[in-house]
Design a protein around this ligand. Structure first.
Ligand code: SAM
Length: 292
């Protein structure tokens, strides 16, 4: 919510964060959501959708590195990746750093987010949309994953759901119907990861995902990272893998894969990868209660 020169996040009624709007860059009610892009002296250029901070130039690397390099390096032989959402282009940029990736399909519901982030947040995509390996589809993610005519079963090794919170257009991307479609699209050793909220504030989202996704994947767990502008503590990432071994790749093997990939990171390391799967007791209990 914009008032005077402050942007106040409205994700929670009883708690929130605000940012000075040091320069307003873009604001529009698109066909799907309220899109705002502005400059803040602390976090650089920031984008918000429907009153919720989505990404900032200063801390986006944490989120985008952890939702891409963890599944791609855990898989070890990923060639085809599907990104659902991701309109700011940061996820696409990080996936494409892996030269072994042959194809990326990105399914984004709102073309205005892609267009305006290319213009006002150019460092996020950093030319990624021009990569010949990219197929950008403007469509609701749940329609895409359930359209077996358009996309055959077993089309992807890694699926990354980089969507908004389960409110508005993002809500369908936390349903069993969506997870069933993702399961259909995954290869035998495929895996699904998703942004799954800040567990201290949104623990119910962890429980719901564990229950729903658990019906479709052989191994369900979560991993985490602290992203400063996702207020309230560590963010949990959902992990659903067909091959349970994917979550237990040794540090030596992860290090060998990371070195072979030859990519520059600012947050991800193989040791951080492994440590990220260690969850606080209250989150473990939430996941295990669902699994009991
Ligand atoms: N990092 C953010 C977070 O953790 O909340 C997500 C950032 S990204 C900008 C979220 C994207 O999901 C937006 O571009 C939005 O348009 C897209 N999105 C929301 N609902 C969608 C749907 N049903 N299908 C495809 N994309 C969707």
């Amino acid at each position: 919510m914009l008032k005077d020169n402050l942007y106040s996040e409205t994700l929670y009624e009883t708690y929130g964060q605000h940012f000075t709007v040091d320069k307003m860059l873009f604001e529009q009610k698109t066909d799907h959501q309220h899109l705002v892009i502005f400059e803040n002296k602390e976090f650089g250029r920031m984008m918000a959708l429907d009153g919720v901070i989505q990404t900032t130039e200063r801390d986006e690397f944490i989120y985008h590195e952890m939702l891409t390099h963890v599944p791609v390096l855990a898989h070890g032989n990923a060639k085809r990746v599907l990104i659902i959402g991701g309109g700011d282009g940061g996820m696409l940029r990080e996936v494409l750093k892996h030269e072994t990736i042959e194809h990326v399909t990105m399914v984004e519901i709102d073309s205005a987010v892609v267009d305006m982030c290319r213009e006002f947040l150019p460092n996020h995509s950093a030319g990624a949309y021009d990569d010949p390996r990219v197929n950008l589809v403007i469509c609701d993610g749940i329609e895409f994953v359930n359209d077996s005519e358009k996309t055959p079963d077993g089309s992807f090794d890694v699926i990354i759901s980089d969507c908004t919170d389960p409110i508005g257009p993002g809500e369908v991307l936390f349903t069993s119907d969506f997870y069933a479609g993702c399961k259909r699209l995954l290869t035998e050793n495929g895996m699904f990861v998703a942004q799954n909220g800040v567990c201290f504030m949104q623990l119910h989202e962890v429980e719901t995902t564990a229950r729903r996704l658990g019906h479709y994947m052989n191994d369900i767990w979560f991993y985490s990272a602290a992203v400063p502008t996702y207020a309230g503590g560590i963010m949990t990432f959902a992990w659903g893998a067909n091959n349970p071994e994917s979550r237990h790749v040794s540090l030596e093997e992860l290090t060998a894969r990371f070195n072979a990939a030859g990519i520059e990171t600012r947050y991800y390391t193989p040791a951080v990868h492994q440590a990220a799967f260690a969850l606080p007791r209250y989150v473990e209990q939430a996941v295990q209660t669902v699994n009991d």
